[in-house]
Ligand binder design. Sequence first.
Ligand SMILES: [Zn+2]
Length: 177
Amino acid sequence: MHRIVFAFLTLEQHLRAVVTTPQSYRPDHCPHCGFGCLWGHGCYERKADRSADGDLNPVAVPRFQCASCRRTCSRLPLCICPRRWYAWALQQQVLQLLIAGASLRRTAAIFALGYHTVRRWWRWLSTVHEDFSFHLRSRFASLGRSVGFATFWLACLQLMPLCEAMAWLDHDSVAVP
Ligand SMILES: [Zn+2]
């Protein structure tokens, strides 16, 4: 948890920050033991650029090592989804269209995505809705008035992009994809 830093909405910004301001990724505390001193521990590489040429891949993700327990952790920018290939921004566009009432098939066609991918994201949001909306309502009072699935997510995505909502959930130790 606490994997996502509240910064860097594009891969370009992230890649620049890794080189110029790597300290912006450093966690205050070790996620394993809570110790307050972590060293930079290089980077690992992952795929994150899903553009046609994907020329930003592989993307470096900063890693840190705890000075006390020696375990490592890594930190992601807002633009990279921890466990999904696709960026949050695309997932947000897809989910917004589905919330607006478009069919899975039509949405998949519009974004040139597989039907099963779109269905998986939609089912995911339905499954996590109760849990996620509870945590986000606790943090953002204005969302407390939004009752119901569609109303809640429209209000939430008007307040902040999906990546930021997921970063807050991650901050509250809720598992995000
Ligand atoms: Zn530690």
